[in-house]
Design a protein around this ligand. Sequence first.
Ligand SMILES: *[C@@H]1O[C@H](CO)[C@@H](O)[C@H](O)[C@H]1NC(C)=O
Ligand SMILES: *[C@@H]1O[C@H](CO)[C@@H](O)[C@H](O)[C@H]1NC(C)=O
Ligand SMILES: *[C@@H]1O[C@H](CO)[C@@H](O)[C@H](O)[C@H]1NC(C)=O
Ligand SMILES: *[C@@H]1O[C@H](CO)[C@@H](O)[C@H](O)[C@H]1NC(C)=O
Ligand SMILES: *[C@@H]1O[C@H](CO)[C@@H](O)[C@H](O)[C@H]1NC(C)=O
Ligand SMILES: *[C@@H]1O[C@H](CO)[C@@H](O)[C@H](O)[C@H]1NC(C)=O
Ligand SMILES: *[C@@H]1O[C@H](CO)[C@@H](O)[C@H](O)[C@H]1NC(C)=O
Ligand SMILES: *[C@@H]1O[C@H](CO)[C@@H](O)[C@H](O)[C@H]1NC(C)=O
Ligand SMILES: *[C@@H]1O[C@H](CO)[C@@H](O)[C@H](O)[C@H]1NC(C)=O
Length: 855
Amino acid sequence: MKCNSHILFSLIVLSVGLNTIPVVSKYSKSGSDSYVLACGASGSGTDSDGRNWQSDANYIISSGNSTAATAQNQDPSLPSTIPYMTARIFSSESTYKFSVPKKGRLWVRLHFYPSTCTSLDPNTSYFSVTANTFTLLNNFSASITAQALTQAFIVREFSLIPIDSGTLNLTFTPSSNYDNAYAFVNGIEVIPMPDIYQPAALVGFSDQTLDVGSSTLQTMFRLNVGGRFIPAIKDSGLTRTWYDDTPYLFGAGSGVTSQANISIQYPTDNLPKHVAPLDVYSTARSMGPDSKVNQNYNLTWIFQVDPNFTYALRFHFCEYQETKVNQRVFDIYVNNQTAQEGADVIGWAGSQGVPIYKDYAVYVGDRSGDDDDLWVALHPSVSMKPEYYDAILNGLEIFKLNDSRGNLAGPNPVPSLMMLQAEAKKGFSPSGSSFVPVIGGILGGSAGIAIAALISIFVYRKMSGDYGNQYGSSANWLPLYGHSHTSASRSTISGKSNCSSHLSTLAQGLCRHFSLPDIKHATKNFDESQVIGVGGFGKVYKGIIDQGIAVAIKRSNPSSEQGVHEFQTEIEMLSKLRHKHLVSLIGFCEEDGEMVLVYDYMANGTLREHLYKGNNPAMSWKQRLEICIGAARGLHYLHTGARYTIIHRDVKTTNILLDEKWVAKVSDFGLSKTGPNLNQTHVSTVVKGSFGYLDPEYFRRQQLTEKSDVYSFGVVLFEVLCARPALNPSLPKEQVSLADWALHCQKKGTLWDIVDPYIKGDINPECYNKFAETAEKCLADHGYNRPSMGDVLWNLEYSLQLQDNPAGAGLIADSTTNDTDANHREIAGTEETGREGTDEPYSREIFSTVNPKGR
Ligand SMILES: *[C@@H]1O[C@H](CO)[C@@H](O)[C@H](O)[C@H]1NC(C)=O
Ligand SMILES: *[C@@H]1O[C@H](CO)[C@@H](O)[C@H](O)[C@H]1NC(C)=O
Ligand SMILES: *[C@@H]1O[C@H](CO)[C@@H](O)[C@H](O)[C@H]1NC(C)=O
Ligand SMILES: *[C@@H]1O[C@H](CO)[C@@H](O)[C@H](O)[C@H]1NC(C)=O
Ligand SMILES: *[C@@H]1O[C@H](CO)[C@@H](O)[C@H](O)[C@H]1NC(C)=O
Ligand SMILES: *[C@@H]1O[C@H](CO)[C@@H](O)[C@H](O)[C@H]1NC(C)=O
Ligand SMILES: *[C@@H]1O[C@H](CO)[C@@H](O)[C@H](O)[C@H]1NC(C)=O
Ligand SMILES: *[C@@H]1O[C@H](CO)[C@@H](O)[C@H](O)[C@H]1NC(C)=O
Ligand SMILES: *[C@@H]1O[C@H](CO)[C@@H](O)[C@H](O)[C@H]1NC(C)=O
C-alpha cells in the first residue's frame, strides 16, 4: 500500500544553470518586461501549451539559502512537467527582483506543487509572499491547501496596481511560527496587463461606486458560464484561464446551457477585445423554457470566499437568442441583496450578438458560525413585465480586493474529516489516488479557481472537441471526485501475456471473440473522433461492426494500471448475465497486449447527462421514474437472478446508460464482486466505489453486502429527484453530500424545496411521497434497515402507479393478495430470461415482498 503520492513525494536537489535572459512571452500584448519563470530549472523549456518558461536563477537577489530541486514523482494530473517538476526552496527570507514598467498593472501568477524533500518535513512549509507593500499569501501551506482541495498543484493569480518605482520585489518568507519552516515556489509569471478594471456599483448602497482599479486583486473565480474550459492560449491576449461554472451551481434549478448560432462581435467602441474572449460570450446559461418554473426559482451560484474582504464581481453578458428590448429582463442578487434590477442585455448592448459586462462590488463580513459564501442569483424581473420570464449569464469573474492594510491573504482551507480519516488509515486505501477524490465540505475560497482548473484541464485534454461524450461524463469529475472506477486493483498489465488464459473457458464460449483487425476496422483504427468517453479502464470508442451495428468498444489503456483483473471480472460477469436492464457484452478481443470489450451501443448515453450534465432537455418525471424502475430491475437481477449474488459496487448515474428507446441499462461491472454464499454474510474487501455514493457501513467496516448497492441506488433516486450531483463541493458544508442533505431535508419536511423545479409541476404528490420514502429507506445507516432491491423495485412500481392513477393504485396497495400477484406477473413478464440462472428467484423475491411493514 502506497501513501498518497499526490501530496507526498520527494525532491532531489540539483545544480542550477545560469546565464538565462528574460524573454518576451508571446501571449503578452505588452511585449517585453514579461517574466515566465520555471523556478529551480536549469534552463528554459516549453510547457504542453507551447509557452516558454525560463530559469529563475537570475532574478533572486538574496539567494544564500535557496536551493533548486526537482520532483521525483510526477502526479498524473499535472498539466505539464514545466514548471511543476522543478522547485526553488528557501530556508530564509529571499527576494526576486523584477524590473517592470512604471505604468500599468501586472499579473503575478504563482504556481505551487507541494512536495517533500528528503530532509524537509512538508508539514513545516509555511510561508508568506509579499509583492512590494502587498501581502499576497501569509502562513500559507501549499500542502494543506492541496490536500483540502484534493488536487496536486495550486495556481494563484494576482493583479498588482502599477508600481511607480519600476521595481517589483517578490519576497518569500518562511513562517517564524514553525521551526524549520521553509518556502518554495515552482513557477512565477510577472506579465504587464492593460487596466481592465473600473469603478463598480457597491451592492446595498444605491449610487455608490468603488474604484476597483486602485486595489491589488486576487482572482478567485473566472467562469465561462454555460461553456467550457478556455486555456490560457485561447484567451484574448491576457493568458487567463476560464472554467466551467457547473461546480458552483446551487440547488436543483441549474437552468439550461446554450451556444450562439449567430456571429458575435466586439462592439467598435468601449469594449476592448481583451476583456474576455468571444468564446465566453458565445455560450450562456439561462433559466429554461418554462416561464412558470422560472418564476419559482433563482438561478444561483455559490462561491466560498475568505471573510473580511471586499469582492468585485464582473458579469459578462451577450444576448444571442432574443432580439428586442424587454424580452428577457431579470434581477441580479448578490448575497441576497439586489445588485441590479431589470437587467436587460439588449437594452444595455444595443443589439443582439454584442458583448457587454457589468461590475458590482460587495463586502463579505465574518458571519459567525456560517460558511462565508458569496451568493449570486438571477431571477426574472416580474415587475418589468418582460415578454419572457428568463435570465441569462455568459461569464462571471470574482476578484478579492486588498484590505486597508494591503493584505490579500486568507487562512488555509481545512481538509475534510473524511479525508483525514482515510489518510490516517493509509493501509486501507488500495492506492493513494483512491482517496484523493474525497471531497469534504470545506473548500477554501481562494481555492475554487484551482479546483476548477483540474476539472477543466482534464476535460480539455481528454475530450477536446467532444461536447457530446456519453460514457465519460464522470470523467469530467475525475480530479474532484476521483476516478469513476476507483483504481483499486493496481495490477500491472502484463504487456504481451496471453490474456485468454485468464478467462474461464465458459466465458470464452459465451461471447464472441473479435480479432484486433476487426476492432481496428470498427473504430477507424482507434481514431480520436470515435471516442465517446473515458473511464478508469481506458477510452470508450463508438464502432460499427457487421456492416452497420453500432457498438461501444472499451479499450484498456496500457498505461492505466487498472487492467487485467477488471478486464477478466467484466468478461466473466457479463458473459454469464443477460438481462434487458443490463448492458450486454457482445464480445472481446485480446491480442498484442490489447484488451478490448465490445458492448451494445447506448445511444442516449448516461442518466446523469440527462439530469444536469450536458445540454440535454430535462426529462419528464414519468420518464425518470421508468428509468429508475429499469435500473432497479437490473440491480435486482444482479442480486438475486444469477447463481450467486452479484454486488455491483459502483452504482451511480453515470453507470446507468440509456439506449435509443430510453431503456435503462446498468453498466460497468468492473468492480463487481460475487457476493456471499453459504454461511458468509458479507464479503470483506478493500473499499472501492465512488464517493458520494459510498455506503457508510461499507466505508466503516469494509464489509460488502448487496445492501451497499441499495444505499448507492438511494443516492441515485435523490439525484433523479433533485437533479444535482451526489457531491457538490461548492455548496455549504451541510449540503455537499446529496445523501446527507436529502435525508436532512426529508426529516425536516423540506425535501420538496430541493426537488428539481422542472418536475415539480408534473409529479403527483402521492407518487412523490412514495418515491421519497423509498429513497430515504435506501439510505438507512445500517444495511439491515435498508430494503432489498426487490422491495425498492416494488415500491418504485407502486409509485409509478400512484403517478398514473392515484385512486386506482390505492386499491392495489390495500389488497394484500390477488392484485399484487397480478402486479408481480406483469413485472416478471417483461423480463428477458438470463442465460444462466433464470428469473425464477426474481419472481419469488417480488412475491415475497408483498407483505412488508413499510407500506
Ligand atoms: C541561511 O540560513 C541560516 C540559518 O538557517 C541563517 O543563519 C543565515 O543567515 C541564512 N543566510 C542568508 C544569506 O540568509
Ligand atoms: C505531518 O503532521 C502530522 C500530524 O501532526 C503527522 O501525523 C504526519 O506524520 C506529518 N507528516 C510528515 C511527513 O511528517
Ligand atoms: C526591493 O528590494 C531592494 C533590495 O532589497 C530594495 O532596495 C528596494 O527598496 C525594494 N523595493 C521596493 C519597492 O520595496
Ligand atoms: C439559431 O437557432 C434558433 C433556435 O435553435 C433557430 O430558430 C435559428 O434559425 C438559428 N439561426 C441560425 C442562423 O442558424
Ligand atoms: C473579521 O473581522 C472581525 C472584526 O474585525 C474579526 O473579529 C474576525 O476575527 C475577522 N475574521 C477573520 C476570519 O479574520
Ligand atoms: C441568502 O439566503 C439564503 C436562503 O434564504 C441563506 O441560506 C443564505 O445564507 C443567505 N446568504 C447570505 C450571504 O446572506
Ligand atoms: C431569489 O433570491 C432573492 C434574494 O435572495 C430572494 O429574495 C427571493 O425570494 C428568491 N426567490 C426565489 C424564488 O427563491
Ligand atoms: C488596497 O490598497 C490600496 C493601496 O494601499 C488602497 O488605496 C486601497 O484602498 C486598498 N483597497 C481596499 C479595498 O481597502
Ligand atoms: C497557520 O495555518 C495553520 C494551518 O491552517 C493553522 O493551524 C495556524 O493556526 C495558522 N497560524 C497562524 C499564526 O495563523
